[in-house]
Design a binder for this molecule. Structure first.
Ligand SMILES: Cc1cc2nc3c(=O)[nH]c(=O)nc-3n(C[C@H](O)[C@H](O)[C@H](O)COP(=O)(O)OP(=O)(O)OC[C@H]3O[C@@H](n4cnc5c(N)ncnc54)[C@H](O)[C@@H]3O)c2cc1C
Length: 399
């Protein structure tokens, strides 16, 4: 078993680490203002928005492990930067890469991977999040078009994206609700679309999270991903990709909380010694160090499985569940270590704590991942082959 990163992995980590460090002052400013930080153009320029897609489709030709490493580095700085990769790459670009026809890849994936266009994934509705099979938004076929009506809610990059992967109900009569869904690539500049940002969020304040309303939006039939009725399956694979980025990002958040805590624990003194000398502080630091290693092994295994062409749903769900809970615990402990200073935005740990709360809810809440893992262990759930599998990483093909 080879645990070493390649030269290419190390280069992409160095590049993104440098970008993320430079982004921190901008993030602090926009987080305080509750406004999306204007960092997408720089991410596009550096090629970050194309990590995880082959060169022939406009990407960097870097593998799934690179995508995880990029997410870890981005969330070390701020969750909003990683959210960009979760939705632009995980939910949108890689879903087109997985399920799209050659024409769809040329038309939509190439500009997305080049960073010329921004993508998002619009699945959640005001009344349905975890219970996705029962979404209400409709798509009615009329000749060469589908007419979309309904609302999507809590959509990351809602106001910044050009394209969205959208799943709607195309067959209200389907015997089972999840069989009546279909997925589309929607141009968010189409007539009939209105969108806005949600105000007053607990975290990811330097990013866009919003709503998208669709009123009689005409989407050409050639924008449908996969077959009619395949929307549930396609969406679940989009979640696999999104969850992978969230897991890797959460590992970056643990490392950020750990580094900040170590710095502070060495400086701050109580009872005549640095607080790092107190056993109860050591316990918190030790837990962060342990969880960082465990979370990293889990997401790297998921990345490795995808590189090999192995369906990584189970390990990805486990990585996401473990790493996001551990990240929130780490951020919580980091605030505690900072005492009253941790309670103010003078220190980054306050932002880590707010941001870490969200990832326990999105991309499958912890409750949903608990159920998924129990069902795998009990033999109630197993992954069946898909009609189209996610392409494995092949350096010859990708670079
Ligand atoms: C910051 C942020 C960004 C987001 N970005 C996106 C995005 O880009 N695209 C997108 O489509 N969505 C996005 N979401 C939405 C997110 O995916 C949903 O919030 C999530 O799926 C949970 O759905 P819900 O909020 O409707 O909660 P509900 O499904 O209503 O659940 C409420 C509570 O009940 C629990 N629960 C539900 N079912 C069960 C069960 N069977 N057993 C036990 N407990 C259960 C849940 O875990 C939760 O604690 C985002 C959300 C946030 C907060």
């Amino acid at each position: 078993m080879d645990f070493a990163l390649t030269q290419e992995h190390k280069m992409v980590v160095d590049m993104v680490r440098k970008f993320a460090a430079e982004a921190i002052p901008v993030i602090r400013e926009y987080d305080r203002k509750h406004e999306p930080a204007p960092l997408l153009p720089r991410m596009a320029e550096l090629g970050i928005l194309g990590v995880g897609v082959p060169v022939k489709y406009g990407g960097q030709g870097l593998d799934y492990i690179s995508l995880g490493l990029v997410c870890e580095e981005l969330e070390y700085a701020d969750s909003t930067l990683r959210v960009v990769m979760a939705v632009h790459m995980g939910l949108c670009a890689q879903t087109i890469f997985h399920w799209g026809t050659e024409e769809q890849k040329q038309k939509f994936l190439v500009p997305l991977a080049k960073g010329e266009k921004i993508g998002c994934g619009a699945f959640t509705e005001p009344g349905h999040g975890s219970d996705f099979a029962h979404i209400q938004m409709t798509g009615r076929r009329e000749g060469d078009y589908y007419i979309l009506n309904g609302e999507k809610m809590w959509i990351s990059l809602a106001t910044l994206a050009d394209y969205a992967i959208v799943t709607v109900r195309t067959n209200p009569e389907a015997e089972k609700p999840h069989r009546g869904l279909s997925t589309f690539i929607v141009d968010l500049h189409s007539p009939g679309i209105k969108r806005g940002d949600i105000k007053g969020k607990l975290g990811v304040r330097a990013g866009s999270t919003g709503w998208i309303a669709f009123q009689d939006v005409k989407v050409p039939v050639e924008n449908r991903l996969g077959e009619e009725g395949e929307g549930f399956k396609i969406t679940m694979t989009a979640f696999d990709r999104g969850r992978y980025t969230v897991a890797a990002g959460a590992v970056g958040l643990i490392r950020a909380a750990l580094d900040a805590s170590v710095r502070y624990a060495r400086e701050r003194e109580t009872f005549g010694v640095p607080i790092g000398q107190h056993q109860l502080i050591k316990q918190k630091i030790a837990r962060m160090a342990r969880d960082y290693e465990m979370g990293r092994l889990l997401y790297l295994e998921a990345g490795w499985q995808m590189n090999q062409g192995i369906r990584a749903t189970r390990i990805t769900s486990m990585a996401k569940w473990f790493a996001t809970e551990a990240a929130f615990q780490a951020a919580h402990d980091a605030v505690q270590i900072h005492g009253a200073y941790g309670f103010s935005d003078e220190y980054d740990v306050e932002r880590f704590f707010r941001n870490g709360r969200g990832s326990i809810i999105y991309e499958g809440s912890s409750e949903i991942h608990t159920l998924i893992q129990a069902d795998y262990a009990l033999g109630y759930r197993r992954d069946k082959p898909l009609r189209i599998e996610l392409p494995p990483y092949d350096p010859e093909e990708w670079q």
